[in-house]
Structures are given as structure tokens and as C-alpha cells.
Write a protein that binds this ligand. Structure first.
Ligand SMILES: C[S@@+](CC[C@H](N)C(=O)[O-])C[C@H]1O[C@@H](n2cnc3c(N)ncnc32)[C@H](O)[C@@H]1O
Length: 259
């Protein structure tokens, strides 16, 4: 059962064009194998955000076969993507696909549990491991804090639905004011809105956790969040400037790099 009218969905999907022939083939193959990659309208939305926002550093939680990570790298030819996958088969397939698309120099696929990998990425922020582009060096000097540039402009959360809160908390240590965090599947085919979309009651835990997460997001004043009925439901949160909020009281994760 889904909350989007079938006729509207068919019409909208008819407007879809893959970004390249290879990406069209990758989508077809993933769909044939029932791999849950981003839906077509979600892809369109993400492309607009990427093109309008000049997202240079992107973190993705949930790689699957590397479809959305590749889309990001194709849409913004100067960006770098870190993407995390814990399933070994998916991980191998993603590495293979990304290599085939010639994107390995800009996409790093990390194998492991997302929160563990994010902890490692957080530690890496202070190291000199990540090379800055010459224009970034200049901005880093102006900011007086190069580690700011190692933070992510965009985080895309698209993994285990009952763990969004953990992913979110870890992600908040890796972003800066103005960064955006996008979460996919927040409406869970309507289940978040109403139990009628879960007639057998099979998804009770996931539903409860997603409802709690949506409530948390909608009342979180470190970000400004909008929920959109695109694809399987998307939230888009913009991290506020620190002075936009008067409720920050030594937060655990944010803002780690603002002295
Ligand atoms: C919906 S798919 C990602 C699809 C991908 N973003 C795309 O659109 O091409 C979710 C992936 O997240 C992975 N995953 C789920 N929980 C995870 C976790 N805790 N840490 C790392 N990966 C996880 C799953 O193995 C699965 O491959």
C-alpha cells in the first residue's frame, strides 16, 4: 500500500530521465534485483539540491550498490563522497559499480556499521589526511579553521529505519551551520502517518521509532526541517547558525568545531 496516487506516480515516473545511460542501466539492474535504491522522484529532488547548493563534501549512510553515491558524484563533478555500507555483498558491488563508472577517485566506500565509521570520520577531522583543493585552502585560511572545510555540506541518511536517531546524532558532529541533512523514507509508505498502512502490524517497532524520530526532528531547534511527500517521504534539515538558537547547552555532538 502506498500514499501516492498510482496515476500521479506513473505520470511523474514518465517524466524521469536517467543522468546517463550507465546510470539508467544501474537503476534497472538494482530494481530487477529488488535493491531499495532511491526512487525516481527522490533522485530528481536530490539532483536539484546538489546542483543548486554546490555540495562539495557529502556523507551518505547506506550505500547499497552505490547508485545514489554515484549520482551525487556525477551531479556535482567537484564533490567528494563518503558513503557507508555494512553489508559485505553490497559493499563489494558498490565498489565494483563505482569503479566501472570511473568515480573511485571521488567516492570512498566505507565498510562497517555506520555509527562506528562516523566516529572514525570524526577523529579524522583533525588529521591532515584530507587534502584541500587550492581554492578551499584560501577559504580555510580566511576561516582560520581548516577543519571546518572537512565537515560535510550534505548528509544523506538512507539506512536502517529504526536507527535514524543514532545516525542523526553522529551526523551532527560532522556538519557545520548551513549544512543540510536529508533523511529518506521518513513516511515509510504512509506507515508513519497511520497504522492503516500496516494492516498486519508487522512493522510496529520501525513505525514507533520513525514516529519518535519525526517528532524529534520537528521540535529540534538546532535545525530547520521541512518534510516532503516525495518518494517514500523525505525530510530536509538545514543546520542553524549557532546564534539562531538560545537553547544550546553544551550539546554532546554539536558544534564540535566552532571555537
Ligand atoms: C536503502 S539502501 C541504500 C540505497 C542507496 N542510498 C541508494 O539509493 O542507492 C540501505 C542500505 O543501508 C545499509 N545499512 C542498513 N543499516 C546500516 C548500518 N547501520 N550501517 C551501515 N549500513 C547500513 C543496508 O545494508 C542497505 O544496503
Amino acid at each position: 500500500m502506498n500514499f501516492i496516487d498510482e496515476k500521479i506516480k506513473t505520470y511523474m515516473d514518465g517524466l524521469y530521465k536517467p543522468v546517463s545511460e550507465e546510470m539508467g542501466i544501474l537503476r534497472e539492474k538494482a530494481e530487477e534485483n529488488h535493491i531499495p535504491i532511491i526512487l525516481k522522484d527522490t533522485e530528481g529532488f536530490l539532483l536539484s539540491i546538489l546542483k543548486a547548493g554546490r555540495m562539495m563534501r557529502i556523507l551518505e549512510i547506506g550505500t547499497a550498490v552505490g547508485y545514489s553515491a554515484s549520482l551525487f558524484a556525477i551531479a556535482e563533478p567537484h564533490c567528494r563522497v563518503d558513503t557507508i555500507e555494512r553489508n559485505p555483498e553490497m559493499f563489494k558491488e558498490a565498489v565494483k559499480n563505482i569503479e566501472k563508472l570511473g568515480l573511485s577517485d571521488r567516492i570512498r566506500v566505507h565498510f562497517g556499521e555506520a555509527t562506528n565509521v562516523m566516529e572514525e570520520l570524526l577523529k579524522g577531522l583533525d588529521s591532515d589526511e584530507i587534502e584541500l583543493e587550492p581554492e578551499e585552502e584560501i577559504i580555510a585560511e580566511l576561516l582560520g579553521d581548516p577543519s571546518m572545510l572537512r565537515l560535510y555540506d550534505m548528509v544523506f541518511i538512507d539506512a536502517g529505519k529504526s536507527h535514524y536517531r543514532e545516525f542523526w546524532d553522529a551526523a551532527m558532529g560532522l556538519v557545520r551551520p548551513g549544512s543540510i541533512i536529508i533523511c529518506d523514507n521518513v513516511l515509510m509508505k504512509g506507515k508513519t502517518v497511520s497504522d492503516e498502512y500496516d494492516p498486519d502490524g508487522k512493522h510496529k517497532t520501525n513505525i514507533r521509532k520513525m514516529r519518535e524520530f519525526v517528532e524529534f526532528l520537528s521540535t529540534n531547534d538546532l535545525v530547520d526541517t521541512t518534510f516532503l511527500p516525495i518518494g517514500d517521504g523525505i525530510s530536509i534539515s538545514v543546520v542553524r547558525e549557532i546564534w539562531d538558537t538560545d537553547t544550546i547547552d553544551e550539546p554532546e555532538f554539536y558544534p564540535i568545531n566552532l571555537n
